[in-house]
Design a protein around this ligand. Structure first.
Ligand SMILES: *[C@@H]1O[C@H](CO)[C@@H](O)[C@H](O)[C@H]1NC(C)=O
Ligand SMILES: *[C@@H]1O[C@H](CO)[C@@H](O)[C@H](O)[C@H]1NC(C)=O
Ligand SMILES: *[C@@H]1O[C@H](CO)[C@@H](O)[C@H](O)[C@H]1NC(C)=O
Ligand SMILES: *[C@@H]1O[C@H](CO)[C@@H](O)[C@H](O)[C@H]1NC(C)=O
Ligand SMILES: *[C@@H]1O[C@H](CO)[C@@H](O)[C@H](O)[C@H]1NC(C)=O
Ligand SMILES: *[C@@H]1O[C@H](CO)[C@@H](O)[C@H](O)[C@H]1NC(C)=O
Ligand SMILES: *[C@@H]1O[C@H](CO)[C@@H](O)[C@H](O)[C@H]1NC(C)=O
Ligand SMILES: *[C@@H]1O[C@H](CO)[C@@H](O)[C@H](O)[C@H]1NC(C)=O
Ligand SMILES: CC(=O)N[C@H]1CO[C@H](CO)[C@@H](O)[C@@H]1O
Length: 781
C-alpha cells in the first residue's frame, strides 16, 4: 500500500471537508475599471420586472467608455481592472465575458473567457482574474500562466487577487496565499479570519474578533477599531467598521470625504485609487478617491444597486428584505460581524483571550489552533461529518420504525369498504392513519422497498379520502386542466404544500379494469414499479412527483405545483406577457429542452413524454422552466407494448404526424412536439389557431415556410420588442432548429441532446453582438 505524505492526507481531508460544507459565494455586484483617463463604474441594478433578474449598468467618468450590454442578459457578478471589465452571467452554464478597452474607451474588444459550472468566487487585481469553480473548488485564473489549474489551492472563499499573488480563506478561516510576490506570500499571518482583501502589493484580513491584520507593502497606518469588510487599492485602503461607517488611510493622508463620514455602507469595492460603496439605507452607490467623485460621490443615486450576490446559504446573517433582489430560495449575505458587547474595543497587543464570537458557522468553532493541519481539528471534522450522517441515518430508521408502527400510508378506501370498516372521521384529515387493513403481500413488499430505497421520505402514498377532501370531491373549481389521460386539479395540502393532482379518467381506469387477464396484484406491482422509477427521476427542469394514490378504480399522481403559470398562460393568456425579451424566451426553451433531454437520455429506461406542449411547461419567478406531466402513461390504458399504443396519446396540434400515421412512438415524437412549442414561443401563435378569416390553421404550416425563406422576422411575436442586435442571429437560429424538429420524417429531426446544445449556443450568442462574438471559449489565456 502506498504511503501518503501528510500533505496528501491533508489534501484529501480538505477535499472531504469541502464536500461536507457547501462553498460560500463571494461575488461582487459592483466593479471598478480604470484607464489612465477614465473610471468605469459598473453595478447590478435591481429590476422590478419579471423574470426578476438584475441588469448590469455601467457609467463612465468622464463619459467615453461604452460597454455594449444586452439588457436582457442576467448577470450575477462582475470584476474590473485596468482596461477591462468582466461579467459573470447567472445562466446555466455560467459564462464569463470580458470587454477590453483602450485609454479613451474606443478600442473595444469582447471575449468569452469561461463557460462552465458556476464560479462561487471571483476577484481581480489590476490585471489578473481568478475564480473558484463550484463543485470541485478548483482555483482558475486567467491571464496568469503560472497558476495552472493543477496547483493545489485549498481556498474556498474570499478570493482576493493582488499583483502576482492570490489569497483567500480556507474552510476554517485560515489564510492561504499563492503566487510570486514574496512580500505577501512569506508574511501570511496565522489565526482565524472572517474576511480578506488584496491591494496591489499588500493584503489585509479581518480576524474573528474584528481586528485588522495587514502585511506586504501597505502605505499608511492601519486604523485600530473593529471591522467587518475591506477594500484595498494600490496605495490607499478603506475599511468598513462594524457600525457601517467607513475609515480610509494611505498615501498622503488619504481619508474618506467628509460628506460620507456619517453614511453607513453595506459593502465596499476598490480599484487603484477609486473606492465605491453601497449605502445601507437606500442601496445607492457612492464613489470617492478623485476630484470627479469627491465633488459628487453619488453614482447611481436613487437607483437600487443589488447589495450582494444571490446565494443559497450564508455563513452569518442574511440581508433583510432580500426578496426583491433574488428569486425564490436565494438570499443575500451580510458581512460577518463580531458579536457586540463581548469584547471591549481592541487594545492592541494583550487582552483577554477572545470568546467564540461566531455563533453560526459551526466549522469555525472547530478551529483549534493556527495550525490548519492539526489532527485534532481534522478529527473533529470527521466526527462532525460522520456524526451528521449518523444522525440522518438514525432519523431515517426512526421514521421507518414509526411508519411500521403507525402505518404511514392509508389503504385505499375500496378495500376498507370491502372489509366493512367505514372510514373514520378523524382519519380524513391526516395522511398518517392507524388502520392497517388486510394486505396484499406484493403491494406490501413493493411499498416497503419503495420506502427503504432512500426515496422513501420523498414518495408518499396519499389516501383517496385526503385527496377528495382537498379537492372538494374533485370539484370543477379545483380543476385546472384536462390532459389526454384525465383531469388535473390544484389543491393545497394540510401542511401548506401546493400540489397538482392528476387523476385518470374513469373510462381509462375502467378499460384498465376490463383487461382482466392479469391478476390485480400484478397490475398493482407494475404500477408501483413505474412509480418507483418515476420517483427516481430528479432534475431541476422536471416537476417533482411527490406521491400517488392507488385504488381499485383510482389512479392518482400528486406533483409539486408552482402557481406562476404555464408557458401557455404566459404566451396566450396573461395580458402583459412577462416573457418580454427573446433572450428570456430562448432561456425558457433551453430549460425545457434540458428536462426532456433528461427523460430521453439519462433516465433508464428512456421515458417518452408523449404530451409535450406549452401548457405542460411551468415557469417560476426567475423565468426557469420545468417540464411536467411526464410519466402520465401510468394513468393511461395499460397495453402489452408500451411503445405501440393503439390509442395515440397527445394533444392535437402538437402530435407527431408520423406517430399518428404509423402508431410508432419514439423519442422523435417528443422532438416534434417540442418543435411546435418552440414555434409557439417564437410566433406567439397557438399550435392550432384561427387565421384572419377565422379558418383554423396549424402553427407549423404557417410559420415554418417563413423560417426556411429566412423571413422569420415577419412572424415573430409582436408583443416582444424586435430582437436586439445581440439576439437577431440567435432567434433565426432557433427558428431553423424548430423547423428541423417539425420535419415529417422522425429520422430527420435532431435529438434532444442536439437541441439542447443548439439552444445553448443560441443563448450564448445573445450575450454579445455578432461583431464581438467571433472569439472562442479559450479559457486560460
Ligand atoms: C443605467 O442607469 C441609468 C440611470 O442610472 C439609466 O439612465 C440608463 O438607462 C441605464 N442603462 C441601462 C442600459 O439600463
Ligand atoms: C488623458 O489625460 C491626459 C492628461 O492626464 C491628456 O493629456 C490626454 O489627452 C487624455 N487623453 C484622452 C484620450 O482624453
Ligand atoms: C482613442 O485612442 C485611439 C488610440 O488608442 C485613437 O486611435 C483614437 O483616435 C482615440 N479616439 C478618440 C475619440 O480620442
Ligand atoms: C455547486 O456544487 C454542488 C456540489 O457539487 C452542487 O450540489 C450544486 O448544485 C452546485 N451549484 C450550482 C449552482 O451549480
Ligand atoms: C481560532 O478559533 C478558536 C475557536 O474559535 C480559538 O480557540 C483559537 O484560539 C483561535 N485561534 C487564534 C489564533 O485566534
Ligand atoms: C461608528 O464607530 C466609530 C468608532 O468605532 C465612531 O467614531 C462613530 O461615531 C460611529 N458612528 C455611528 C454612526 O455610530
Ligand atoms: C441615500 O442615502 C444617502 C446616505 O444616507 C443619502 O446621502 C442619499 O441622499 C440617499 N439617496 C436617496 C435617493 O434617498
Ligand atoms: C484579535 O485577534 C488577533 C489575531 O487573531 C489578536 O492578535 C488580537 O490580540 C485579538 N484581539 C483581542 C482584543 O482579543
Ligand atoms: C503559484 C504556484 O504555486 N505556482 C505553481 C503551480 O504549479 C506549477 C507546476 O505544476 C509550478 O511550476 C508553479 O510554480
Amino acid at each position: 500500500m502506498a504511503i501518503l505524505s501528510p500533505k496528501t492526507h491533508l489534501f484529501f481531508f480538505l477535499v472531504f471537508i469541502s464536500l461536507c460544507f457547501p462553498p460560500i459565494s463571494s461575488l461582487s455586484t459592483l466593479a471598478i475599471s480604470r484607464t489612465s483617463n477614465h473610471t468605469l463604474v459598473c453595478a447590478l441594478i435591481s429590476s422590478s420586472s419579471f423574470p426578476r433578474e438584475s441588469s448590469l449598468n455601467c457609467t463612465s467618468f468622464p463619459q467615453g467608455i461604452q460597454i455594449p450590454l444586452n439588457p436582457s442578459v442576467p448577470f450575477s457578478g462582475m470584476v474590473g481592472g485596468i482596461g477591462f471589465l468582466c461579467g459573470l452571467t447567472s445562466s446555466d452554464p455560467t459564462v464569463m465575458v470580458c470587454w477590453r478597452f483602450s485609454n479613451n474607451g474606443t478600442d473595444l474588444t469582447y471575449k468569452r473567457i469561461y463557460v462552465g459550472p458556476l464560479l462561487t468566487n471571483l476577484d481581480s487585481g489590476n490585471s489578473q482574474i481568478c475564480g473558484i469553480v463550484n463543485g470541485t473548488n478548483r482555483l482558475q485564473c486567467w491571464q496568469w500562466h503560472e497558476f495552472s489549474s493543477s496547483n493545489r489551492s485549498l481556498i474556498t472563499s474570499n478570493l482576493a487577487v493582488g499583483q502576482d499573488f492570490v489569497c483567500g480563506l480556507l474552510r476554517l478561516g485560515q489564510i492561504q496565499c499563492l503566487g510570486s510576490f514574496r512580500d505577501v506570500i512569506d508574511a501570511v499571518p496565522s489565526g482565524n479570519y472572517s474576511e480578506i482583501a488584496a491591494g496591489s502589493q499588500y493584503a489585509c484580513a479581518i480576524s474573528r474578533n474584528g481586528s485588522l491584520a495587514c502585511w506586504g507593502k501597505m502605505v499608511g497606518e492601519k486604523p485600530i477599531d473593529r471591522f467587518k469588510s475591506l477594500a484595498l487599492g494600490d496605495t490607499r485602503s478603506c475599511a468598513l467598521r462594524i457600525n457601517g461607517t467607513v475609515v480610509c488611510w494611505g498615501e498622503n493622508g488619504f481619508t474618506l470625504p467628509s460628506s460620507l463620514s456619517d453614511a453607513s455602507f453595506e459593502t465596499l469595492e476598490a480599484k487603484q485609487d477609486i473606492f465605491c460603496g453601497i449605502v445601507t439605507s437606500n442601496f445607492s452607490l457612492f464613489c470617492w478617491g478623485n476630484d470627479i467623485f469627491n465633488s459628487n460621490p453619488a453614482v447611481f443615486n436613487g437607483v437600487e444597486v443589488v447589495p450582494g450576490p444571490c446565494t443559497t446559504s450564508c455563513p452569518c446573517s442574511r440581508l433583510p428584505n432580500y426578496g426583491r433582489f433574488c428569486g425564490q430560495e436565494l438570499m443575500i449575505c451580510q458581512h460577518c460581524v463580531p458579536e457586540f458587547g463581548e469584547n471591549p474595543p481592541i487594545v492592541s497587543g494583550s487582552g483577554p483571550s477572545p470568546p467564540p464570537l461566531f455563533p453560526q458557522p459551526t466549522p469555525s468553532q472547530w478551529t483549534g489552533s493556527s495550525d490548519p493541519w492539526n489532527t485534532r481539528n481534522v478529527a473533529f471534522l470527521v466526527v462532525g461529518c460522520v456524526g451528521s450522517f449518523m444522525i440522518l441515518s438514525v432519523l431515517v430508521i426512526l421514521f421507518l420504525k414509526y411508519c411500521k408502527i403507525r402505518g404511514c400510508r392509508v389503504h385505499d378506501s375500496g378495500r376498507l369498504d370491502e372489509a366493512g370498516t367505514p372510514p373514520q372521521q378523524g382519519s380524513q384529515t391526516s395522511q398518517v392513519q392507524d388502520q392497517v387493513g388486510p394486505q396484499l403481500p406484493v403491494l406490501e413488499k413493493r411499498l416497503n422497498q419503495l420506502i427503504s430505497m432512500g426515496n422513501g421520505g420523498h414518495l408518499q402514498e396519499f389516501s383517496l379520502l385526503v385527496l377528495l377532501q382537498v379537492t372538494n370531491n374533485f370539484s370543477e373549481e379545483h380543476k385546472i386542466g384536462t390532459g389526454s389521460f384525465g383531469s388535473v386539479y390544484h389543491a393545497t395540502l394540510e401542511d401548506g404544500r401546493e400540489v397538482a393532482i392528476k387523476r385518470a379518467e374513469a373510462s381509462a381506469s375502467s378499460s384498465y379494469a376490463g383487461g382482466s387477464k392479469y391478476r390485480q396484484e400484478d397490475k398493482d406491482s407494475a404500477f408501483l414499479n413505474e412509480l418507483e422509477f418515476l420517483s427516481r427521476l430528479n432534475h431541476k427542469n422536471l416537476v417533482r412527483l411527490l406521491g400517488y394514490c392507488e385504488d381499485n378504480n383510482e389512479r392518482v399522481l400528486v406533483f409539486e405545483y408552482r402557481n406562476n403559470g404555464t408557458l401557455h398562460d404566459h404566451l396566450h393568456r396573461l395580458e402583459n406577457s412577462p416573457l418580454t425579451s427573446w433572450t428570456a424566451r430562448i432561456k425558457v426553451a433551453l430549460n425545457a429542452a434540458r428536462g426532456v433531454e433528461y427523460l430521453h437520455e439519462y433516465a433508464v429506461p428512456t421515458v417518452i413524454h408523449r404530451d409535450i406542449k406549452s401548457s405542460n411547461i411551468l415557469l417560476d419567478t426567475n423565468g426557469n422552466a420545468k417540464v411536467s406531466d411526464f410519466g402520465l402513461s401510468l394513468l393511461g390504458p395499460q397495453d402489452d407494448e408500451t411503445h405501440l399504443s393503439l390509442r395515440a396519446a397527445g394533444t392535437v396540434g402538437y402530435m407527431d404526424p408520423e406517430y399518428y400515421r404509423l402508431q410508432q412512438l419514439t423519442t422523435k415524437s417528443d422532438v416534434y412536439s417540442f418543435g411546435v412549442t418552440m414555434l409557439e414561443l417564437l410566433s406567439g401563435y397557438k399550435a392550432i389557431h384561427k387565421n384572419e378569416n377565422g379558418v383554423p390553421r396549424n402553427v407549423v404550416d404557417f410559420v415554418v415556410p417563413y423560417i426556411v425563406q429566412d423571413e422569420i422576422h415577419r412572424v415573430l411575436d409582436r408583443r416582444v420588442p424586435p430582437p436586439t442586435p445581440f439576439e437577431i442571429e440567435a432567434v433565426s437560429y432557433v427558428g431553423y432548429l424548430a423547423a428541423d424538429c417539425t420535419t415529417l420524417e422522425g429520422r430527420d429531426r435532431p435529438t434532444m441532446t442536439e437541441i439542447v446544445n443548439n439552444l445553448e449556443r443560441a443563448f450564448l450568442a445573445c450575450l454579445a453582438t455578432p461583431n464581438f462574438s467571433r472569439s472562442n471559449t479559450d479559457s486560460s489565456k
